[in-house]
Design a binder for this molecule. Structure first.
Ligand SMILES: Cc1cc2nc3c(=O)[nH]c(=O)nc-3n(C[C@H](O)[C@H](O)[C@H](O)COP(=O)(O)OP(=O)(O)OC[C@H]3O[C@@H](n4cnc5c(N)ncnc54)[C@H](O)[C@@H]3O)c2cc1C
Length: 561
């Protein structure tokens, strides 16, 4: 068995930032990742990362904090949001010092900042429209420099606990050698990214299947605020590929079929730069009421001119040409709301520690601290990944320095081995792809931008039925190495758990807040629902509980843009 002080699962922004922090704290830390680190979904992030640098304006940490609290529709924990916004400039400068090439202001040479949705000031630092890629590669070079051991193309299938219920390692399928291995550790940091693939279409990578959330859930750790799924206002109809909010930040307009700039009706002050839930609902309403074009509205960038588009949004232009057959220099791009970001995740505290399981930490999109509450602001999640990645790395290292040697059960991998053998021995049954497709379709249709009791219950019935079918799922590929059929099957099991938490939480929440918009309960209800949802898995059923929201200085107000 291999053993490290700290094992970090996931090598996106959160995982690598955590590993770097743990290494700098002096412990032996390793990364385990199903993808090569630079293939992580963080690399697809386009628009940017928020920090109140105040380079162009009188912005401040307080402004950033307030915008985030408001964006979250008052259900984010304000102490955590303060930490996020205070550490933001430090982390952005740290990334710059490690070599991240941010776009610059022409005159001063300082880091340039663009306006983003829900932000009172231009606060989003960016590297053209490739920000995530630039940061991901920067962190990877630091991991290489520090020689952090990395188990690449190892797919984690289980979280290992000792007799007292402490996290003491993980079990993983080493795809290259076709073996099931155990890695022991004094502390485990989960950083496996989002669960966007519960939906279809989705802006997320195929690998964004929320693995750690399900692994934690199955070990008795609750997931928080799972009903809050963000629909991004600008995705391409053909395949759900994202068009960054930076396109509106640079001045893009939204038009309906009559050429009206309809956001003036829904958000008279901020227009296209209202928060995402508001813009997505506006678009969905325009489309539902017959003012769309083939299920889309239009994103018009033409007035920005060729030079600005080529300098600031070159990737967007390429994507629009490739997937929508539209050159935004010449024509508006048809876009619509699409599943994008999951606000919920593993319930952790401000240090990324899971209160229900000593030794377990989580950071990045798989975790819920919660800084995004009911609706995340664009540019805040790359930030969350580095800020809370660093904090989880620091906290897990401190924990490991005090912890005794892990008591890893010698048979830790046996259960996984048996489960996989059983799966591979089955000859007939439904295939994972069918189950996954049906799941993603029902989530898209019935747990979308607008929700209501009857359709949510239909979605729940489908999820229950698919869970049943999944018991008999068949894996056609019986091979040992690089068995992607097997991996996708296990991931589908994770997606089913998460969809169940999302739907169950959504049925119960009788209000509209942020991304959770109920047509049968159209108002926010602070009296009864100013609380976080906690979802537990008990005997195969989701059980809900609730926990209080932390307020510091911002009283809930009516939210308008
Ligand atoms: C298209 C797109 C554009 C975006 N643009 C922005 C933006 O401009 N600004 C912003 O703030 N946010 C943006 N976001 C959101 C943001 O990019 C993500 O929330 C963030 O990058 C997540 O980082 P992460 O480290 O948590 O996860 P990821 O980067 O997704 O990394 C997950 C890691 O976990 C590993 N992993 C997963 N499961 C397993 C397993 N079972 N075993 C082993 N390893 C595993 C993977 O290999 C990977 O290394 C965007 C998201 C998308 C999809």
């Amino acid at each position: 068995m291999r053993e490290h002080d700290v094992v970090v699962v996931g090598a996106g922004l959160a995982g690598m930032r955590a590993a770097i922090a743990a290494h700098e704290a002096g412990v032996d830390v390793a990364l385990v990742t199903k993808l090569h680190p630079v293939r992580s979904h963080s690399g697809a992030a386009q628009g940017g990362i928020n920090a109140a640098l105040g380079n162009e304006t009188e912005d401040s940490t307080d402004n950033h904090t307030f915008d985030t609290v408001k964006g979250a529709d008052y259900i984010g924990d304000q102490d955590a949001i303060e930490i996020l916004c205070e550490r933001a400039p430090l982390e952005v400068y740290q990334l710059e010092h490690w070599g991240a090439v941010f776009s610059r202001q022409e005159d001063s040479g300082k880091i340039a900042q663009r306006p983003f949705g829900g932000a009172g000031f231009p606060r989003t630092c960016y590297a053209a429209d490739l920000t995530g890629l630039v940061i991901l590669h920067t962190l990877y070079t630091v991991c290489v420099k520090y020689d952090i051991p990395t188990y690449e193309e190892w797919f984690v299938t289980d979280l290992v606990t000792d007799d007292s219920g402490n996290a003491v390692g993980v079990v993983a399928y080493d795809m290259i050698h076709g073996k099931i291995e155990t890695i022991g550790a004094k502390a485990v940091v989960m950083a496996t990214g989002g669960a966007g693939r519960v939906y279809r279409p989705s802006t997320n990578a195929h690998a964004s299947t929320g693995d750690a959330m399900s692994l934690a859930l199955r070990k008795g750790v609750p997931l928080k605020d799972m009903e809050f799924m963000q629909f991004h206002p600008t995705t391409l109809a053909a395949n759900g590929v994202l068009v960054t909010e930076g396109a509106r930040g640079e001045g893009g307009y939204l038009l309906n079929k009559d050429g009206d700039r309809f956001m003036s009706k829904y958000a008279p002050n901020k227009l296209e730069l209202a928060s995402r839930d508001v813009v997505s609902r506006a678009e969905a309403t325009e489309i539902q009421e017959g003012r769309g074009i083939d299920g889309c509205v239009l994103l018009d960038l033409r007035h920005l001119g060729r030079d600005r588009i080529m300098e600031r949004l070159p990737q967007i232009r390429e994507l629009a040409i490739a997937f929508a057959g539209t050159d935004p220099i010449e024509e508006p791009i048809p876009i619509r709301p699409g599943a994008h970001y999951h606000m919920g995740g593993v319930h952790v505290d401000n240090w990324g520690a899971a209160p229900h399981m000593p030794g377990l930490f989580a950071a990045g999109e798989c975790s819920c601290v919660s800084v995004h509450g009911a609706n995340r602001l664009g540019g805040n999640s790359l930030l969350e990944a580095v800020v809370f990645g660093a904090r989880a790395g620091e906290a897990s290292a401190a924990y490991a320095q005090e912890a005794p040697a892990p008591k890893v059960p010698t048979n830790a991998a046996d259960e996984t081995q048996a489960r996989i053998e059983e799966l591979l021995s089955r000859e007939n049954g439904p295939r994972q792809a069918e189950i996954r497709d049906e799941l993603a379709t029902v989530m898209q249709e019935k747990v979308g931008v607008f929700r209501e009791d009857a359709t949510l219950r239909e979605a729940k019935a489908t999820v229950d039925n698919l869970r049943q079918q999944f018991q008999g799922v068949v894996v056609d590929d019986k091979g040992k190495t690089f068995n992607t059929d097997l991996i996708h099957t296990i991931e589908t099991g994770y997606l089913l758990d998460l969809a169940d938490c999302m739907v169950t939480g959504a049925i119960a929440r009788h209000e509209s807040r942020g991304a959770h918009s109920r047509t049968d309960f159209p108002d926010r209800d602070d009296e009864n629902w100013m609380k976080h949802t906690l979802a537990y898995l008990d005997d195969g059923e989701i059980r809900l509980d609730y926990s209080p929201v932390t307020m510091t200085k911002y009283e809930p107000q009516v939210r308008s843009y």
